[in-house]
Design a protein around this ligand. Structure first.
Ligand code: FAD
Length: 362
């Protein structure tokens, strides 16, 4: 049963929504009475159950934890990089452990203002219910808005075009030639597994940056934080890599040993049967997999009229998450613009804590 009136409504029950609900509960709000978490999916885990089956985290379990409870260890021949299902299991148990009472499936279709009073209530509309709230935390992630760059000839291509968000297993591509687009961890991991059953061409907009074999996501998080702090203080910062740099998980190392980690510069266009390089030569292919990132899923906030041209809502205040033009709304977990490394398991905690502190005054 959904409550009709709550103090805080959290939209999205993935890791960002759970971490925020954890701190709101710790500050005294009771889930199901003062606090409601609404999630559009029909099962726990946020985006993780929808990622491809072979996905590995880029940091070990002990460095991929939400506030309060460490992710249980994962130890196998992969040096401890947990698979997707380990994360789904962790998030499922996390919300049970803290009795966060996530309401699903309930898609929030719109958030609106009850009236012109800036201290009035916000209305959270779902398909079948209306919940009123003193404040709303949006934690809807990016998975539902895959980013596709536009290239000439895309509409003419007779093969299969898919985004990493629609990729599941390499078996679908057995015996084919596949072009993988993108220079980050997703592209490297997809390329690594597809190349075990298909021939591949890897293309990237910039030269891919590989981390040394003994460096993993822990170092990336620390570096990302240090870089943002340095920027805020107007200092230069030169550290080991950024969050987009490629972590040498076992499958990617194996791909390197097989000689498939050789990237080419982006193609200029597609045609009916493949991709066309800048010099006019071409490569036949059966499929192009775009590992080209995501944009924030903020469609439900459109009625508030807060969007700017780059698809983001300006945020700030002491938590760094309050919408500047609508302080009753907070955005958690979308990327560095809503908090350093906040779009990661280990990085979302500080934004969630700061948001809960502002909303509860505790
Ligand atoms: P999500 O997990 O997307 O959860 C958002 C939830 O909101 C979903 O359950 C969705 O159903 C719900 N929702 C959306 N819209 C609505 C709506 N209108 N109404 C109600 N509910 C809604 N991070 C790491 O720390 N380590 C990694 O190794 C790592 N690897 C990654 C690999 C890939 C391929 C990707 C894409 C990301 C990776 N990340 C990693 C980054 C990050 O941890 C994930 O993107 C994470 O899923 C973000 O969590 P979230 O809670 O913000 O969003």
């Amino acid at each position: 049963m959904l409550p009709d009136h709550v103090d805080v409504a959290v939209v999205g029950g993935g890791q960002a929504g759970l971490a925020t609900a954890f701190y709101l509960q710790r500050a005294g709000l009771t889930p199901g009475r003062d606090l409601v978490v609404l999630d559009a999916a029909d099962r726990p885990g946020g985006a993780w159950p929808r990622t491809w089956q072979g996905l590995r985290l880029f940091s070990p379990a002990g460095f991929s934890s939400l506030p309060g409870w460490m992710m249980p260890p994962w130890d196998d021949a992969t040096r401890g990089y947990p698979p997707r299902d380990h994360v789904v299991d962790y998030l499922t148990r996390y919300e049970e452990r803290y009795d966060l009472r996530v309401q699903r499936p309930h898609r929030v279709t719109a958030v609106t203002r009850a009236d012109d009073d800036p201290d009035g209530r916000l209305l959270v509309h779902t398909d079948h219910h209306l919940v009123t709230a003193r404040a709303v935390v949006s934690a809807t992630g990016t998975w539902e808005r895959p980013f596709w760059p536009r290239y000439p000839g895309m509409a003419d291509f007779a093969g299969r075009l898919l985004h990493a968000a629609g990729y599941s297993t390499p078996g679908d591509f057995a015996g084919q030639h596949v072009v993988v687009v993108g220079g980050g961890n997703s592209a490297a991991q997809v390329l690594a597994e597809v190349s075990t059953v298909a021939t591949t061409t890897w293309v990237t907009a910039r030269t891919p940056r590989f981390l040394p074999d003994d460096v993993d996501g822990r170092v990336l998080f620390a570096t990302a934080r240090a870089r943002i702090e340095a920027l805020e203080q107007g200092r230069e910062h030169a550290g080991v890599g950024g969050l987009g740099d490629i972590v040498m998980v076992a499958s990617v190392k194996d791909a390197r040993e097989r000689g498939v980690l050789e990237a080419r510069a982006m193609f200029a266009a597609l045609d009916n049967g493949g991709v066309v390089w800048a010099d006019g030569t071409r490569q036949d292919c059966d499929a192009v997999i775009w590992c080209t990132g995501f944009r924030p899923a903020l469609q439900h906030l459109r009625p508030l009229g807060l969007r700017t041209h780059d698809g983001r809502i300006p945020v700030g205040g002491p938590s760094g998450t309050a919408a500047l033009a609508e302080p009753r709304l907070h955005l958690v977990g979308y990327g560095d613009w809503t908090g350093p490394a906040s779009a990661t398991l280990a990085g979302v905690g500080p934004s969630a804590r700061a948001t809960a502190a502002i909303l509860t005054g505790r």
